[in-house]
Design a protein around this ligand. Sequence first.
Ligand code: SAM
Length: 379
Amino acid sequence: MSADVVADHYNKVKQTGIQDRKESRIFFMRNMNNWIKSQLINDAMKLVNENNVRNPRVLDIACGKGGDLRKWDISGAKHVVMADVADVSVQQAEERYKQMHKYPDNIFGAQFIVADCTKENLESRIESKEPFDLVSCQFAMHYSFVDEESARQFIKNAVGMLKPGGVFIGTLPDADRIVWAVRNGEGGKFSNDVCKITYENVEELSNGNRPPLFGAKFHFSLDEQVNCPEFLAYFPLVKLLLEEQDMELVFVRNFAEAITNWLEPGRRLLESMKGLETFPNHNLSGKSDDEYLEAKAKIETLGENVPKYVGTLSKSEWEAICMYLVFEFRKKKTPAAEGETDAPEAKKLASVDQESEKKSKDIEEKQNPEEEVHHQNQS
Ligand SMILES: C[S@@+](CC[C@H](N)C(=O)[O-])C[C@H]1O[C@@H](n2cnc3c(N)ncnc32)[C@H](O)[C@@H]1O
């Protein structure tokens, strides 16, 4: 699949107004996703501050329509490079940035670049050669896992210009979770009220086979909006490719775990960003009763003088949220010496491949992984 298909798809996605967003079936899930990104940026800023940097230079790779511009302003960014393959999206991001200038004029500097980050060398397009303190890639890196060369080029573009001690954060579909869901669905499909996931070549998953490391194509539609084809990015492989670029893993968490982890420190922000739906209310997003069974059960446990409502997400939105993971890496302060990184590339990939095969068997035997984390977000 060429990046033109991806660009064409994202260019056609309508920019939605506040009213449209409020009426969306996944209003709360979208807000929750945005809250997770805000928490992730806050977390990354702590590491950036440890490097004695208050106002970071940021790369937002695959920035889309600039949905994170406001977050960069809040984080105190000094300069942000926004790059994406979809030209219309980049224009919209730039327009949004200009609108932000109308308010306080101490907003960060920015450069907007249209580039296929799986093919081009991004560095040659960036005006300043000063390295980045922070790189963010939200909901996008997996597109590059169409083949090995594209994934490697994308990763090089993402972290190649990071300074030692610099931070790389992102969100990705959780390959293990998606494989589990489609294996347990019918004919390579998983669906609920808000999302539908189809694995393209079901044969690849039959008889306990594991998907290929690159080119494992699936389709993910959310709220009936069909997405362009995506590719599984198996996390141990992501980690391996990043380690080759002198990156060390700080953490990786499924969204469910991340929410649990950030719930207490981020509760007020989550409330103000409307990341949870109040149950009960007269206009619930989910229309069937079984979308809120857990919330109902929780209310029954509340004591006499406690208000009888909880913040929750409908079951379908929660299932969709559990399809993603969040990660943070940091660049080594001293790069590995030439030859120090042991096995040749082909050998290392083969070991990830074996690991994925074993994992694939484990997943097959596993019960619903969601039950382990289901609705821990209720507050
Ligand atoms: C789901 S959107 C996420 C946008 C943004 N990061 C956000 O969180 O709102 C995925 C983005 O990845 C971009 N993308 C996909 N393949 C790309 C490539 N090869 N080079 C640059 N951007 C790419 C798409 O154009 C799209 O804007």
